[in-house]
Design a binder for this molecule. Structure first.
Ligand SMILES: Cc1cc2nc3c(=O)[nH]c(=O)nc-3n(C[C@H](O)[C@H](O)[C@H](O)COP(=O)(O)OP(=O)(O)OC[C@H]3O[C@@H](n4cnc5c(N)ncnc54)[C@H](O)[C@@H]3O)c2cc1C
Length: 316
């Protein structure tokens, strides 16, 4: 981290939002419409994780669903209509020690009185052959999002934690059979969730088993797995693979500057405020959030309204 300084850098704005996913863009719509001195910094193209999904069926207002790109393009345009400036920068480190917050970018620095971190999260990959190629074509990282596409299908869940087992149970509402592929001979999921899963006849556990490769041309056709004890390999004929081996928050650049939980997610209160006054966080990057587009949008709005209140107090 660069040495602490409380001077205002030439690039000063009252509010800086980091990340142009649903949370950051929703915050941006409100701030720009409220005529705040605000900019949004995004290291890639605006849109966030939603850009990697073809169809979103659970975001309110679209009875037939909406494409991921189309949804995010609309939200970005809505923000820009109110004059939101989106700059292509990556925030590499921060200094939140003074009243003025400093952001150090891939090129230059910026400062602000208030900051909203909306940098999202990344689902962890298993890194097997076919995973990248078939992502969005049968390989999914979100059962809640994509489960309804697998009516009467046979699917597999990779993972053994709470999320994996809960999502496996959820998937039985649609799929005819759900294999749970787990590398150990017992689950990490909490007891009550385990009991529910064991009682569900549609779920079949493959213990001591790891995935090796996913096959298919334009969609998933097979999943090859290996038993780590016997070495035996089996090919499962399935239509969907749900990789649920955890989520990593994008908070490396915030380490040491802000309160994080033991997995690195940002701890916030009900106002989306962090342990640093004036610094708010919203969306998938925060601790204990459902990690959905609608919740990210709601948290972004809560964060920005409270940031505006904070700015009002600071201005006296
Ligand atoms: C394949 C897939 C399908 C999904 N389908 C659905 C669905 O159907 N329905 C649903 O509700 N949810 C779905 N989700 C979940 C949903 O996408 C997320 O909950 C949502 O995108 C979270 O929004 P966010 O704004 O918090 O973060 P993100 O969408 O992750 O956006 C964060 C943004 O911050 C930027 N950023 C990160 N670090 C920096 C930095 N240091 N400097 C500048 N910019 C930075 C990133 O580039 C990114 O654009 C899906 C997720 C995936 C992966």
């Amino acid at each position: 981290m660069t040495a602490a300084t409380n001077e205002i850098s030439p690039e000063y704005h009252d509010l800086i939002i980091i990340g142009a996913g649903p949370a950051g863009l929703a915050a941006g719509i409100y701030a720009a419409r409220d005529k705040q001195d605000v900019v949004l910094l995004e290291k890639l193209s605006p849109g966030g994780q939603v850009l990697s999904t073809d169809l979103v069926e659970n975001y309110p207002g679209f009875p037939e669903g909406i494409g991921g790109f189309e949804l995010m393009d609309g939200i970005r345009k809505q923000a820009e209509r109110f004059g939101l400036t989106i700059l292509g920068h990556e925030v590499e480190s921060v200094d939140f020690t003074g009243d003025v917050k400093h952001l150090f970018l891939n090129s230059g620095s910026m400062s602000a009185l208030s900051v909203i971190a909306a940098t999202g999260a990344q689902p962890r990959k298993v890194g097997i052959q076919g995973e990248a190629l078939l992502t969005g074509k049968g390989v999914s990282y979100c059962g809640t999002c994509d489960g309804p596409f697998y009516r009467d299908a046979v699917v597999a869940v990779i993972g053994g934690g709470d999320t994996a087992v809960q999502e496996a149970i959820f998937l039985t509402r649609f799929a005819s059979r759900v294999y749970v592929i787990h590398r150990r001979d017992e689950l990490r999921a909490t007891k009550i969730i385990q009991e529910r899963a064991f009682a569900n006849e549609k779920i079949k556990f493959l213990w001591d088993t790891v995935p090796i490769s996913i096959q298919g041309e334009s969609s998933v056709e097979d999943l090859k797995v290996r038993n780590v004890k016997s070495g035996e390999e089996t090919t499962l004929n399935i239509e969907g693979v749900f990789v649920l081996v955890g989520t990593s928050p994008v908070t490396e650049f915030l380490k040491g500057a802000i309160g994080l939980d033991d997995q690195g997610f940002i701890k916030v209160d009900r106002r989306q405020e962090t342990n640093i006054p004036g610094v708010f966080a919203a969306g998938d990057v925060t601790s204990e959030t459902p990690r959905q587009i609608a919740t990210a949008v709601g948290e972004g709005v809560t964060a920005v309204l409270n940031a505006e209140e904070y700015l009002e107090e600071q201005r006296g």
